[in-house]
Design a protein around this ligand. Structure first.
Ligand code: SF4
Length: 331
């Protein structure tokens, strides 16, 4: 059976791009692989962002990200779900890998180059980010990593580190493969500026737990196909983010109605958006209700994370034991 690992950044409120691009997939993989689906809120990775050094904010966001995943249906009894900093072996393995990885290779990582260019002083943690990511994955000997395509280079580095370790110390780690969720690439931001979450924060996102009236305010003013200058002008729903959102939230008869109506000018954009809002409401209401129930019972979330860390450490312990022996630490 495959062993799946995925890390979830505790950065801000999860949005529908995270939901359709990753969280929904986590639930599906959890149904297939049970405890072999290992998910981790990567609070150590979050420290590479300058804004993360806010004690309360980091803790709150870590908690919120766990809560949001449970609210969309991830069952902590079924999968292994924990917080990265609760399992110190991540850092131990990362340090060993750091010494197998040339600085030049890390400096060539596209994400490092993009992020470091925007900073006056670059924390060395940002350079080491992909090494910690390799440790996250290999600590569990995971072979399958659901990620976005922007992580391709990091997964290739993970494979390279596994090869180097195996070559130096004997066959130990698998070379994990990325499993891309292509749907994530097609979820545009509600402001019309590229992928959701990639442009100016909350103006581009529809929050998973955002009040429905706030979501409607964003949809109401969202750009549509510019060809529809007048109500009587036909449009192309494939060139409109509202058309894309319908494919996520609406049932097939509604999608047919809207796509046909748009192309023949049989429906106006406001009515089209109202139909979309109906689907959004039906989809998000149960998630938001579950999130509210969990907020009333924070101990459920905390207890699940304590248990998850226990389970993660039980998987990691024999692997780290093997690594320590092979590396030559005195026992
Ligand atoms: Fe977009 Fe709908 Fe207007 Fe067509 S009718 S342009 S899909 S909002």
């Amino acid at each position: 059976m495959p062993r799946v690992f995925s890390g979830i950044q505790p950065t801000g409120e999860p949005h529908i791009g995270n939901y359709f691009g990753a969280m929904q997939n986590y639930v599906k993989l959890g149904d297939l692989y049970g405890k072999n689906s290992i998910y981790c809120v990567v609070d150590l990775h979050a420290l590479t962002s300058p804004t993360a050094f806010d004690r309360q904010l980091l803790a709150q966001r870590t908690f919120d990200m766990a809560l949001a995943n449970f609210a969309v249906g991830l069952d902590p009894q079924k999968v292994t779900f924990f917080v990265q900093s609760h399992v110190p072996e991540h850092q131990e393995l990362s340090w060993i890998f750091t010494n197998l990885t040339p600085v030049g290779e890390l400096e060539r990582m596209t994400q490092y180059k993009d992020k470091s260019e925007q900073l006056e002083s670059v924390p060395s943690g940002l350079l080491m980010y992909p090494v910690l990511m390799a440790a996250d994955i290999l600590l569990y000997k995971a072979d399958t990593v659901p990620v976005g395509e922007d992580q391709t280079q990091h997964i290739e580095l993970t494979r390279e580190i596994a090869r180097k370790f195996n070559h130096a110390f004997g066959e130990t780690f698998p070379e994990p493969k990325a499993e891309y969720n292509r749907q994530a690439l097609r979820i545009p931001g509600v402001d019309g500026n590229g992928k959701m979450g990639k442009s100016k924060g909350e103006t581009s996102t529809l929050g998973l737990l955002e009040p429905l009236d706030a979501i409607w305010q964003k949809l109401r003013v969202a750009p549509t196909d510019p060809a529809r200058v007048r109500r009587t002008d036909p449009g192309d729903p494939d060139k409109c983010l509202i058309g894309d959102y319908h494919k996520l939230f609406s049932d097939l008869p509604t999608i047919d109605l809207v796509y046909q109506g748009c192309r023949t000018a049989g429906i106006g954009c406001v009515d089209c958006k109202k139909l979309l809002m109906k689907g959004v409401t039906e989809h998000l209401t149960p998630i938001q209700d579950r999130a509210e129930t969990l907020r009333q019972d924070p101990d459920f979330v905390r207890d699940a994370l304590v248990q998850g860390a226990r389970e993660a450490r039980a998987i990691a312990a024999p692997i780290m034991d093997e690594v320590r022996t092979k590396v030559g630490f005195l026992k």
